[in-house]
Ligand binder design. Structure first.
Ligand code: ZN
Length: 218
């Protein structure tokens, strides 16, 4: 687990080992409410962290519905049953369909609770005292969204499986599309300020400027 402080907004990475998937805990200093991005396997790690901090999750922000990004949702909801699930509107079926979320094809079928809030490109959210812009970035998964946070310091972007440090997400799943993916990354992510910090669904953090200059897939 690592911890980074940007003005008042804190982002903690909580690694889920089975798929090396990054879940994130986000909160503002002085505010008890918090947000959780992509709770995967091993949700007990997230629950312990949140409880130790004395925080109250108000939203689970899902980038996309693949199993390794949603598997922990129900465990969190068992503890905090008012915590709402946010996901792109074209992605909602994956929460409740083990074929679509790829768990069944991988041999461990899971489903979780249905979405509470369906998101569209350009939606603005105000949660836990934090302002968030939703951007639709299809290509890895048709309803994939990323979450952009302006802060008093560097902006922050949670990219799920769209873009990684020096790589991009797979685009060979049934609802993936390589051409759409590259176009969406260019228009929706590379258009953001260079200093924007990318918190990806797998691997290390990077920045928009670094990926614009060095990502071999772009
Ligand atoms: Zn994925």
């Amino acid at each position: 687990m690592s911890e980074k402080i940007f003005s008042e907004i804190i982002v903690e990475t909580i690694l889920s080992v089975p798929f090396q998937e990054n879940g994130y805990l986000i909160y503002q200093l002085g505010n008890q409410d918090c947000l959780i991005v992509d709770p995967g396997f091993e949700p007990e790690k997230i629950i312990e962290r949140v409880k130790n901090k004395g925080l109250n999750p108000v939203a689970i922000l899902v980038t996309h519905g693949h199993a390794d990004h949603i598997a922990g949702i129900d465990a969190l909801r068992t503890v905090w049953n008012n915590c709402k699930i946010y996901i792109g509107e074209e992605e909602k079926e994956k929460l409740i369909d083990a074929e679509q979320n790829l768990s069944a094809p991988f041999g461990f079928a899971i489903t979780v609770a249905p979405a509470d809030v369906l998101l569209r490109d350009g939606d603005k959210l105000d949660l836990a005292g934090i302002s968030i812009e939703v951007r639709h970035v299809p290509g890895h998964s048709k309803g994939h969204v990323v979450y952009f946070l302006r802060t008093n310091s560097k902006p922050i972007l949670f990219t799920g499986d769209v873009i990684f440090k020096q790589s991009i997400g797979r685009n060979d799943f049934p609802d993936g599309n390589p051409a759409i993916q590259i176009e969406a990354i260019r228009s929706q992510i590379l258009s953001l300020p260079d200093e924007t910090i990318i918190y990806a669904g797998h691997g290390q953090t990077t920045t928009v400027g670094t990926e614009r200059q060095t990502n071999p897939y772009l």
